[in-house]
Write a protein that binds this ligand. Structure first.
Ligand SMILES: [Mg+2]
Length: 215
């Protein structure tokens, strides 16, 4: 049977968090919010509150004419277009395919939100794609992993999951007999979470690791 790897999208293959900061910078320039304004936006992003509360705080702070919901909609329109593919990702995915791997993309989120983030030919590099928020269940539910395997016409036993979320990617895949690679982005592994089989700092380090499993 062919080797099979499932990849997460946000902050695994593309820099979704970096794109939030680019939107803050854009907003600051467009509306003349100044360095203090930019700092406020960045602090808001760190605050552990709901998105609704964050957008309300931003609207209140700057006295924007939009409602919080309208500002949130503007963000959602613009953010996916500011997302960038991490260096080397399309080339490395192509190399895996050339070595006979089956590849799938499994992302929470809806297709209309996620598809615009798949540039640089990403959309053509997968045997199966699943936008889980358009399905009955999303990660970490086991059924959505099984669904994406079915779409790729393969099974999950011995397959690999690569993702930055311990909760969605690692915890979802491990009980299904998959091996897991956690893309840590430099974070330490917190206590009390499912331990990934491998830890890499960026996705660039995951590709040679996958390739080495063929030996
Ligand atoms: Mg992610």
């Amino acid at each position: 049977m062919k080797k099979f790897a499932i990849f997460d999208l946000d902050d695994t293959l593309v820099d979704s968090t970096g794109a939030i900061d680019r939107w803050f910078v854009e907003l600051t320039e467009q509306r003349g919010l100044g360095p203090d304004g930019l700092e406020f936006l960045r602090n808001e992003q760190q605050r552990p509150v709901s998105p609704a509360e964050t957008f309300r705080a931003i609207v209140d702070r700057f006295g924007f004419p939009e409602s919080p919901a309208e500002l949130r909609r503007l963000f959602w329109e613009r953010w996916p277009r500011l997302v960038r593919t991490f260096d080397g990702v399309p080339e490395q995915l192509r190399a895996l395919r050339e070595h006979g791997w089956l590849l799938a993309l499994l992302t929470n989120g809806r297709e209309d939100q996620q598809r615009p983030k798949m540039r640089d030919g990403l959309a053509d590099l997968f045997d199966a794609v699943c936008f889980a928020d358009d399905e009955v269940v999303s990660k970490p539910h086991p059924d959505v992993f099984r669904l994406v395997a079915r779409r790729a016409a393969t099974g999950l036993e011995g397959a690999w999951m690569v993702g930055d979320s311990l909760e969605h990617d690692v915890a979802g895949a491990a009980p299904l007999g998959m091996s897991t690679i956690w893309v840590s982005q430099g974070s330490a592994l917190p206590a009390g979470v499912p331990v990934p089989d491998r830890i890499v700092e960026t996705v660039a380090d995951a590709f040679p690791l996958l390739m080495s499993t063929m030996a």
